[in-house]
Design a protein. Structure first.
Length: 119
């Protein structure tokens, strides 16, 4: 294995878990684009997310993500040339509008009283 290939493999291993790692582009002789280097204080999360990353960003599986998009509860993707991407900010807005899980704040005693038939 060529030395340059080994260096690239080691850099990729170092980036595992880094938000830009799946989409990082190698430029020139095995170096990363400046904004995608691990530990860069000026690094930023991507604005556009592919289907898999958009679903993962919201903590959803692909099938539920697709269903929510189809139902209109999540935004449709944007088309950039041949790429289909979701706007991270639009996903945030849509996620905020999803209903919260209702919490029953009644005491156990009150639940028991409410469950008794009225005579």
């Amino acid at each position: 294995m060529e030395l340059q290939a080994i260096v690239i493999k080691l850099k990729m291993k170092k980036l595992e878990g880094h938000i830009g790692a799946p989409s990082c582009l190698w430029k020139g002789k095995g170096t990363l684009h400046m904004s995608e280097k691990a530990g860069n204080p000026h690094a930023y999360p991507p604005r556009g997310l592919g289907r898999f990353d958009a679903a993962r960003y919201l903590g959803l599986g692909l099938s539920l993500f697709d269903t929510l998009v189809k139902e209109g509860r999540l935004p449709p993707p944007k088309q950039v040339n041949k790429r289909v991407i979701w706007d991270r900010v639009a996903l945030d807005v849509a996620f905020e509008s999803l209903p919260d899980q209702e919490q029953d704040t009644r005491s156990a005693f009150q639940k028991l009283l409410d469950s008794r038939p009225v005579t």
